[in-house]
Design a protein around this ligand. Structure first.
Ligand code: BJ8
Length: 428
């Protein structure tokens, strides 16, 4: 993907994919406007963000074309919704992985004909994208992998399975040794499914290479995250969130290279004392449900209210990049054991108990010198909303100010949320 590429008309490709062109044009127009308003109005952005601006300007263009071309040569695409589905296995069997979680309110009328209104925005969004034929990533996916995490997703995958080729991985709900063994066996099944799709066998060599490649991607994100502990923070929370969101669908080696370049620049900024937020800006850690592209709502509110987001304890944040898979395994068996251990260490509220998440929130609040924590949950997300009480109690015991926000993807409550956020920033 070159930033110098000429403007290309992708409508023929979108038409070939079966997208509803007028509706899709409307979606791209709305996302472009949101992006301009949230990102391009920021001052003193790192130059390295130019790459992500370019990726976003081509969000349904060049990257989709790359997937399209890959498939034209026999390549397979695997779409996923959850961190528990290992990209390493997909890549080791010769396929490419794309994240399909969706972060915009679209097609809800169609969704509400087949799902309850009180379904979380993330589920409604990906179902709406499918039902209105506006997501080229779903269309390019040869296999879509769901997982038995929350009840809403489980049922949505049944409905999605009537329209697409869906495979569901079963996940345990606890983290005892027998649960890790159960998940380990699921990984074997998943391997078989992906090998069947690609017609290629995963080998110790390809798996070792893909573990290293995905670890390198996570290492680049760790470097970016580490710079956010500095005061002033060298990058806005919005820009850092975008970097993580793009990790789920960009080309892995290219993305890693570009994010390492961004990290070099941020490290230099820290050394030079250059930052993006005014001195004294309140530093906020966000914890909670994932923020899929193009959901930038809460970060935008906080940063337009004068605060700065310094970390995300979420699946589009530290849960994605904090842990690496050990690279010393030599056999497929040993590497699958390592993958099972690593992935079962993710702290999702769908698991019980989930003390690891509480420990991480407190640790991160301290490491990133946060003045306060905002616990963010999508409306109707029972697991994260219920866990909010434990989050609050834990942070109060650690004497860290906390505020709970329940919202969705709509713009309707932005005014009200801004008032609450401003009051919180003043209070801490
Ligand atoms: S590992 S957080 S990506 S399941 S917001 S759809 S939980 S009702 S997204 Fe998740 Fe995997 Fe866990 Fe992460 Fe359900 Fe809640 Fe909606 Fe959610």
């Amino acid at each position: 993907m070159s930033e110098e590429s000429a403007v290309v008309d992708y409508h023929p490709m979108w038409e070939e994919l079966g997208l509803d062109l007028p509706t899709h044009d409307a979606l791209l127009g709305a996302v472009g406007q949101m992006y301009g308003d949230a990102f391009l109005t920021q001052e003193n952005r790192p130059e390295g963000m130019g790459y992500l601006d370019f990726v976003m300007s081509e969000v349904h263009g060049l990257r989709v074309k790359e997937l399209h071309d890959f498939r034209a040569t026999g390549g397979k695409i695997v779409g996923t919704f959850c961190l528990y589905v290992p990209e390493e296995i997909v890549r080791a069997a010769g396929a490419w992985c794309v994240g399909l979680c969706a972060g915009a309110e679209f097609g809800y009328d169609e969704v509400e004909r087949i799902m309850p209104r009180n379904t979380c925005a993330l589920i409604k969004s990906f179902m709406g994208f499918e039902l209105t034929n506006v997501c080229p990533y779903i269309k390019e996916s040869d296999l879509i992998v769901g997982e038995t995490t929350c009840d809403g997703k489980k049922k949505a995958y049944e409905l999605l399975g009537e329209m697409q080729n869906v495979y569901v991985m079963e996940l345990p709900q606890m983290k005892r040794p027998q649960d890790v063994a159960f998940y380990r066996a699921e990984l074997d099944e998943f391997r078989g499914k992906v090998e069947e799709l690609t017609g290629k066998s995963l080998t110790a060599e390809t798996l070792k290479a893909s573990i290293k490649e995905v670890n390198d991607k996570r290492r680049a994100l760790q470097r970016i995250a580490a710079t956010r502990a500095a005061s002033p923070a060298p990058i806005s929370g919005k820009d850092a969130l975008l970097a993580t969101q793009v990790a789920f669908y960009d080309d892995v080696p290219r993305y890693t290279q570009m994010m390492n370049k961004l990290a070099d620049e941020l490290e230099q900024r820290v050394a030079d004392g250059v930052g993006v937020a005014p001195a004294g800006a309140k530093r906020i850690l966000i914890t909670g449900t994932p923020m899929a592209l193009p959901n930038w709502k809460l970060h935008d509110i906080i940063e337009k209210s004068g605060g700065i987001v310094v970390g995300e304890e979420m699946c589009t944040g530290s849960r994605y990049y904090d842990a690496l898979v050990p690279e010393d395994g030599e056999t497929v068996e040993a590497m699958f054991d390592a993958l099972a251990e690593k992935y079962m260490d993710i702290n999702c509220a769908c698991f019980t108990p989930n003390q690891g998440r509480m420990d991480d929130i407190v640790r991160m609040a301290r490491e990133y010198n946060a003045d306060g924590v905002i616990d963010y949950a999508l409306n109707f997300c029972a697991t994260y909303q219920a866990e909010a009480f434990t989050v609050e109690k834990t942070l109060q015991a650690a004497e860290i100010p906390v505020m709970k926000i329940d919202t969705d993807y709509s713009a309707e409550d932005i005014g009200q949320l801004s008032t609450r956020v401003e009051a919180f920033l003043e209070m801490i």
